[in-house]
Design a protein around this ligand. Structure first.
Ligand code: FSX
Ligand code: SF4
Ligand code: F3S
Length: 388
């Protein structure tokens, strides 16, 4: 009963906020999300199904789905400024696939994207001016999304635009008037590939460049749902979500890959792929011995998947490489070998798989897994010694 009352209050609170936001001017008044979707062959039923799925992803009660749908429909009221730093643009690509547009990519198209270098027509001085105008016009109201790592110290390792301003300066200026700031991708969240050893440009995460609360949305790239989900959350709540020790929203990064993995039964049964292409690989066995880092990685990939829910790394037959964890290029590689008992820090500050499983395992199966994981580690070492 108490929970019901709490949910009721929350429902009212979100409804009121959406009501207020819907009165704000939209940047594309003539556009309607449902119509935009139908142009791409997505009907209202698909949209409501999406709303139901996104509601569950955000860990809200199923009855909140109409609110999520409403939030998507008024997403064109919230201005978004998206900056590119040092990265591969994979995070934007995760959203911007035009051949088979997902509902998330249509919403991304529909939001009030005031500035995004990859997709805007302006360039040079005009682009710089657009950025300044957007910051000025929407002061205090816009969402700032930053993709990429940022050189610190010698900031001139990364200069942007006709004025040759440093990436760090662009971030500091844009952060000042932002209502919410999201570091999109592992590069912006933790430094990413350019911060990998020996980090020649001294690339840093956004959180080391600016002095404001930041929500990290890591993954190399993050799924489109984790990006859009954060926008939905902010529209619905107007606050930042609950986060873990690395400032990742717990609704997206609250569980280990290993605990949500469809191959977990094989792990628990001690059934492992020994090498890529073997009979066990064809049978879909666990990829731990060929380097899967799922036991050390927090993300919701198996639930949300990529490319319009088509697949995800482990389904495709390769282990997780730990792409949503800090310093994964250094700590998780070699990617096709188990970590074994190398010193390793996860969100739980653990040491290796056994410690992690011990710390957060909640079932008897997890206890079994500890034994099997230890076994897997030992056998991989024995095998290595045999080979020498
Ligand atoms: Fe690339 Fe984004 Fe990786 Fe980094 O993603 S997919 S290198 S996280 O910043 O473009
Ligand atoms: Fe899945 Fe990897 Fe865990 Fe095996 S080790 S169950 S493939 S996450
Ligand atoms: Fe990255 Fe592992 Fe998911 S490699 S995409 S966190 S399965």
């Amino acid at each position: 009963m108490e929970q019901q009352n709490k949910d009721k209050r929350l429902y009212q609170q979100i409804s009121q906020r959406l009501q207020k936001l819907s009165k704000l001017a939209a940047h594309n008044e003539d556009k309607d999300l449902v119509k935009e979707m139908s142009k791409k062959g997505i009907d209202r039923r698909d949209f409501m199904k999406w709303a139901g799925m996104m509601t569950a992803t955000l860990a809200l009660p199923a009855s909140f789905a109409p609110l999520t749908a409403k939030a998507a429909q008024i997403a064109n009221r919230i201005p978004v400024i998206w900056l590119h730093m040092a990265e591969c643009t994979g995070c934007s690509e995760s959203l911007l696939r035009t051949e088979d547009p997902s509902i998330d990519s249509v919403i991304f198209d529909y939001i009030n994207l005031e500035y995004h270098e990859t997709i805007m027509a302006a360039s040079g001085y005009q682009a710089e001016q657009n950025l300044k105008n957007a910051i000025e016009k929407h002061k205090g109201n816009y969402i700032l999304m930053v993709e990429g790592g940022i050189p610190q110290g010698t900031e001139y390792f990364l200069t942007i635009g006709a004025d040759g301003r440093t990436g760090a300066q662009e971030c500091r200026d844009a952060a000042e008037g932002a209502a919410a700031i999201f570091a999109i991708g592992t590069c912006s969240s933790f430094g990413g590939v350019q911060a990998a050893y020996p980090n020649p440009s001294n690339a840093k995460p956004l959180s080391k460049i600016i002095n404001k609360p930041i929500i990290n949305v890591p993954g190399c790239p993050p799924s489109e749902k984790n990006i859009i989900g954060n926008v939905m959350y902010f529209i619905m709540f107007g606050t930042l979500p609950a986060v873990d020790a690395y400032n990742r929203p717990t609704w997206a990064y609250g569980h280990r890959i290993h605990d949500l993995c469809e191959r977990r039964g094989h792990f628990d049964a001690g059934e492992f792929v020994q090498e890529f292409g073997d009979e066990n690989a064809k049978n879909g066995y666990c990829l731990y011995k060929v380097g899967c880092k799922g036991p050390y990685t927090f993300n919701n990939c198996s639930k949300l998947r990529f490319n319009s829910h088509t697949s995800w790394p482990i389904q495709a037959g390769h282990g997780c490489i730990g792409c949503s964890e800090p310093n994964f290029w250094d700590t998780m590689s070699p990617f096709e070998e188990p970590i074994g008992n190398r010193l390793f820090h996860t969100s739980y500050d653990g040491i290796g798989a056994d410690k992690t499983a011990n710390t957060i395992g909640t079932t008897i199966l997890a206890a079994t897994a500890v034994g099997i994981a230890a076994h897997a580690v030992i056998s991989s070492f024995v095998k290595k010694e045999d080979e020498q």
